[in-house]
Write a protein that binds this ligand. Structure first.
Ligand SMILES: C[S@@+](CC[C@H](N)C(=O)[O-])C[C@H]1O[C@@H](n2cnc3c(N)ncnc32)[C@H](O)[C@@H]1O
Length: 457
């Protein structure tokens, strides 16, 4: 019987979606996740966690190196759960993402030989993120500990800098943390009840590459008193180059970052970013792709698939603030853009207007609730970009009822994408091709654009 602390010699077969090495041990072939180990490497490992169906092990000694191994750039590599692929060359990261996608389409999607294109490299391998999001806690003897979570944990590795966020965000984040430490507000307690002053849950810093506008949101578990707001304002106003700051209040216990209410601290509440020839306005809490340069490439590609044969009517689901909508509108089609977050639907309209785009009808609704109404109309193409959970079954049913000639599916999760492709294939669509885009270099995340067409038989 295996137990924690046991030592094994293993050969790593492949990497999982988190960038961890995967090996099998024992007669029953227990799956072992080995962070930091690469495919093809042999190592002596110690079992640190044993669950019913898998184990997690730590490398004690590596006997050989993968030819794709490179020196990780970040001093927190291995301790921080953020960029698990830093030790893999960039070319090998792209190949891994293509393979991850192809495997999901085959294993979950039931596709025999899916046509998967090469992964589109990100224009920047480092410093590409336009947003940093740091959980904040109170730890023993430390009033405000902010950073990123350790792998498989809610313990924080303190922020010492991050190489995947834009350098300007990195510099600003350090200044912001130092200013917050000068107020009387502390981070929330991870285990146990937070004391009154242990208030801050998270900070989010966003910077537009194009305008340089930088917004800060301080997310609190309760509404700060007017004296606390005064302290926050006083401390944060001192930071040069912050275009604006808000305090967002999230009293809910879950892991979701944003609450419904925000109190302005100072300056602007919105920022503007350019993607391709379009400029978009949005708030600190809006969904907006974190890799602006790569987002422009992805939207252009998705629009080129959607606009072939110039459909007259396009239905776009999960539209956010209308980033992709503008690219889709370039062909002159009429677009109905559906988004559940009401303020985002408002931004779809003003972003369209600011970019001189007509013929866009924003609809603030949950797609699954609007699905049956939407399925009464005809659309040449449906474009969808759901969150990681993919589509509700009602949405797949509506897509089958709409029966558009073509579906362009943008996804940030190969597993749910493959599940939805299978459902659509059962309803008469076929997968034409899939192309991964590297939106998140140094991490295992895979973004994909898929084209499906209605089976004509
Ligand atoms: C992955 S984002 C894509 C946004 C946009 N296409 C873009 O590229 O910026 C998913 C969007 O779907 C929205 N959303 C989540 N669940 C939804 C639902 N059930 N119905 C409609 N929109 C939803 C989110 O608010 C978010 O803006």
């Amino acid at each position: 019987m295996m137990k924690q602390g046991d030592i094994f010699r293993v050969k790593i077969d492949n990497l999982n979606g988190e960038g961890e090495g995967v090996a099998r041990i024992g007669e029953e072939g227990l799956v072992l996740f080995v962070p930091g180990a690469l495919a093809g490497e042999e190592a002596e490992v110690r079992l640190v966690t044993k669950k019913k169906n898998y184990g997690v092990a730590k490398v004690v000694k590596r006997f050989c190196d993968s030819p794709h191994r490179v020196k990780p750039r970040c001093a927190s590599f291995g301790r921080c759960g953020g960029c698990a692929l830093q030790h893999l060359s960039y070319g090998a990261q792209l190949s891994l993402k293509k393979k991850t996608l192809a495997d999901a389409l085959t294993r979950i999607g039931g596709e025999r030989e899916p046509r998967v294109f090469d992964c589109e490299p990100s224009p920047s391998e480092w410093g590409y993120r336009n947003k940093a999001s740091l959980p904040v806690q109170s730890a023993a003897g430390e009033c405000l500990r902010a950073g990123f979570y350790k792998p498989r944990s809610h313990d924080i590795v303190p922020y010492r800098g991050c190489d995947i966020v834009a350098p300007e965000i990195d510099a600003k984040t350090k200044e912001i943390l130092s200013a917050l430490r000068g107020t009387r507000l502390c981070g929330v307690r991870l285990n146990g009840k937070s004391a009154e002053r242990e208030t801050i849950r998270e900070i989010v810093v966003r910077r537009a590459r194009f305008t340089g506008e930088t917004l800060l949101a301080v997310i609190c578990r309760r509404a700060p008193s007017s004296a606390e707001l005064k302290l926050l304002r006083g401390a944060l106003r001192e930071i040069e180059g912050l275009s604006g700051a808000v305090c967002n209040i999230n009293e809910s216990p879950g892991n979701f970052i944003w609450g419904e209410k925000s109190v302005p601290l100072f300056g602007k509440e919105t920022m503007r970013e350019r993607l391709g020839k379009f400029v978009f306005t949005f708030e600190a809490s809006s969904f907006f792709q974190v890799n602006s340069e790569q987002a422009a490439k992805l939207y252009e590609y998705a629009a080129s698939l959607a606009l072939e044969d110039l459909p007259r009517e396009i239905l776009e689901l999960y539209a956010g603030v209308g980033g992709m909508t503008a690219f889709l509108a370039a062909g002159g089609a009429k677009i109905t853009a559906v988004e559940s977050w009401e303020p985002a639907a408002k931004y779809i309209a003003c972003n369209a207007e600011a970019n001189g785009i007509k013929k866009i009808t924003p609809l603030a609704a949950r797609v699954e609730e609007a699905a049956s109404e939407l399925s009464k109309k005809n659309y040449g193409t449906v474009v969808l970009d759901p969150p990681r959970a993919g589509c509700d079954e009602k949405v797949v049913a509506a897509l089958l009822k709409i029966a558009a000639e073509r579906i362009v599916y943008v996804s940030c999760n190969p597993a749910t994408l493959a599940r939805d492709i299978k459902r659509l294939a059962e309803g008469g669509y076929e997968l034409v091709h899939a192309k991964p885009f590297d939106m998140f270099p140094q991490t295992g995340h895979v973004e994909t654009v898929v084209l499906m067409s209605r089976d004509k038989d």
